[in-house]
Ligand binder design. Structure first.
Ligand code: AMP
Length: 309
């Protein structure tokens, strides 16, 4: 199906992928696709697209048609001292990348379309939202789950794709979909990395050359923890202190957290004897980066440490 969405953009900067700006039109297009028994896939993003985002689109294209990507820099998930105003905005090149990636439509609403005057309903996943990222970024996950719920409600996709690079976010969204009986299946995809191991992130553009080099310390610390696990270490405190030591050895790094948690509850564990996540949040200069790896019995990628407990 080709979308007949209104094209936006001037003739000097034509938008190369059909761009839908309004909720009403997005709903109508998605409704038509469902009426034709199409399998609708949604890939929500905040733009500044990189190969990590494109990996979600590739996966969606294998499983769905049409594939809809969204670009919405969600003001409600940024704290007052965070980077909302300087978050990279690269709409034209994003649009070009989406066309190349074979996306059928791009949903790119304005903030006033998503949050009209008087907007006052929020979705919050209790408990999980307050830990780790939620503790460091109060209100962040309430903003995320609210906007994702709205996107899922507008498009009503069969599948929606998220990255495990943001492990707590994808866990929360899976929980929300379960708790609210959504008909959308949440698909969580492995992180994509630079050749030196740095997880791709739209925020990597903030790093200067020295910081960019220093930023590989997250991956180096995770790899060192993987090696310790492979050598038989199961004590979470021991793993955490070697993560800390590695991260602290990098002059430009300041650790926010480095923890081993239960992959379901995100509660700290004492021993690694069930599916776990090793989670890092580290400032490199002023840029806050996160990364993780999963330890568990299911392996869908080389990113995971396969464990039979
Ligand atoms: P964002 O634009 O940062 O909100 O990210 C949109 C989606 O892309 C989220 O589901 C992220 O988890 C996912 N994502 C971001 N970085 C990566 C990466 N390096 N690998 C895979 N997925 C990613």
């Amino acid at each position: 199906m080709r979308y007949s969405g209104r094209r936006v953009g001037s003739s000097r900067h034509p938008c190369p992928v059909d761009t839908i700006r309004t909720i009403a039109w997005m709903k109508e297009q998605a409704r038509q696709a469902r009426a034709e028994s199409r399998i609708v896939g949604l890939v929500p993003t905040m733009g500044a697209l990189h190969a990590g985002h494109l990996s979600l689109i590739e996966r969606a294209r294998r499983e769905c048609s049409p594939v809809i990507a969204s670009i919405f820099i969600n003001p409600k998930q940024f704290g007052p001292n965070e980077d909302f105003s300087k978050y990279p905005r690269t709409f034209q090149s994003d649009s070009e990348k989406l066309r190349h990636a074979g996306v059928d439509a791009l949903f790119a609403p304005e903030p006033s379309e998503i949050y009209p005057n008087g907007f006052s309903t929020y979705v919050n996943v209790d408990g999980l939202s307050d830990k780790l990222e939620g503790r460091s970024r109060p209100g962040h996950f309430r903003g995320v789950t609210t906007v994702v719920m709205k996107l899922l409600q507008i498009v009503q996709p069969n599948f929606a794709y998220f990255g495990r690079k943001d492990a707590q976010q994808s866990r929360l969204i899976t929980q929300m979909a379960r708790d609210l009986n959504l008909d959308t299946e949440i698909v969580v995809c492995p992180p994509v990395r630079e050749p030196d191991g740095l997880a791709l992130s739209s925020r990597n553009v903030y790093l200067n050359a020295d910081e960019r080099k220093a930023a590989t310390v997250l991956y180096r610390a995770l790899e060192a923890a993987k090696n310790e696990l492979a050598a038989g270490v199961r004590d979470a405190l021991q793993l955490q202190s070697s993560l800390r030591r590695k991260l602290d050895s990098e002059r430009l790094a300041r650790v926010d957290y480095a923890e081993v948690v239960d992959a379901e509850t995100f509660e700290p564990v004492v021993r690694v004897n069930k599916p776990c996540l090793v989670l890092l949040a580290v400032f490199i200069g002023k840029t806050r980066l996160i990364d993780n790896f999963y330890i568990g019995p299911k392996s869908s990628s080389s990113e995971e440490l396969v464990f039979h407990f």
